[in-house]
Design a protein around this ligand. Structure first.
Ligand SMILES: Nc1ncnc2c1ncn2[C@@H]1O[C@H](COP(=O)(O)OP(=O)(O)OP(=O)(O)O)[C@@H](O)[C@H]1O
Ligand SMILES: [Mg+2]
Length: 260
């Protein structure tokens, strides 16, 4: 049976196990602790840290393909695996877009995917210039390290922007500014893509976030116009193809009041 190595023992790795059983794939997980979520249900557990190059390299030996449970595996570690001939899916060139919101925005702008006005911001004056163009309130986001709404700030005034920018600078974190999107609801489009470029889109879902954490998912998104649904799926498939994603990709979208 092919051995698929999963770096990280969280709930997503755990959810791969039933599918792996059905597919005749053997999972091996690199877990931080023996009681990690995935380590409880996958018999083949190796203990080690996802950001330890030696632990990851040793783990990858004997795996036919390596994937990961979360987006925080440093890309240099994965690039080294590729150099050593290990199949890493999705590759670090795709993963970096999930790790770095500035890289992601740059790429999405380049391939013509619709999105809010945005800019890299490192000084208070740049935030002021952005607010003059995009209006207030606007959004500041940590380019890296944010999740579940941590690292996302709604900025009402110049003083608040300065506090966030100073705080980020002190921690060496890059920021991006985004125009506030007055959305009616949030949607998510998930696609799966094979190494040969075959891809399928799942039904578009509605997601409800509380304090930045996804609490509810309605599948399929209630009342979503079929044209809009197809458009969201097309966007996700385009991104998967352009970024050469192998595996699963979820694209978060805003649906605005005028239906766009
Ligand atoms: N430009 C925006 N306009 C309005 N609301 C926004 C904007 N960007 C983000 N938000 C709100 O903040 C939430 C979190 O933002 P985002 O999805 O960018 O970060 P995250 O969920 O913390 O990180 P990631 O999605 O990369 O795991 C969104 O679900 C949305 O509710
Ligand atoms: Mg999000």
């Amino acid at each position: 049976m092919p051995v698929v190595g999963v770096i990280g023992g969280g709930q997503l790795a755990r959810m791969m196990q039933p599918a792996a059983i059905a597919l005749g794939v053997r999972l091996r997980v690199l877990a931080a602790r023996p009681d990690d979520s995935a380590a409880q249900v996958i018999p083949d557990v190796v203990l080690g840290a996802h950001d330890d190059p030696e632990a990851v390299a040793a783990f990858a030996r004997g795996c036919d393909v390596v994937t990961f449970d979360h987006e925080h595996v440093p890309t240099p570690i994965l690039e080294r695996l590729l150099d050593q001939g290990v199949a890493v899916r999705p590759g670090p060139g795709a993963l970096v877009h999930a790790q770095d919101k500035a890289v992601m925005r740059e790429r999405l702008s380049a391939i013509g995917v619709p999105g809010p006005r945005w800019s890299r911001v490192s000084r208070a004056e740049e935030a002021e210039d952005f607010a003059a163009e995009a209006g207030r309130p606007f959004i500041l986001k940590a380019a890296r390290g944010g999740y579940d709404g941590r690292g996302v700030w709604r900025i009402e005034d110049a003083e608040q922007a300065r506090d966030v920018i100073d705080g980020a600078a002190a921690r060496g974190i890059g920021l991006i500014a985004e125009a506030l999107v007055p959305y009616a609801r949030e949607l998510s489009a998930q696609v799966a893509r094979s190494p040969h470029g075959q891809a399928v889109a799942y039904p578009v879902v509605e997601t409800v976030q509380h304090d930045g954490v996804c609490r509810e998912v309605y599948a399929p998104a209630p009342g979503l116009d079929p044209g809009r649904s197809a458009e969201a799926q097309r966007i996700a498939l385009t991104i998967a193809r352009e970024l050469d994603v192998t595996g699963m990709l979820a694209v978060e979208l805003f649906q605005t009041a005028d239906g766009r």
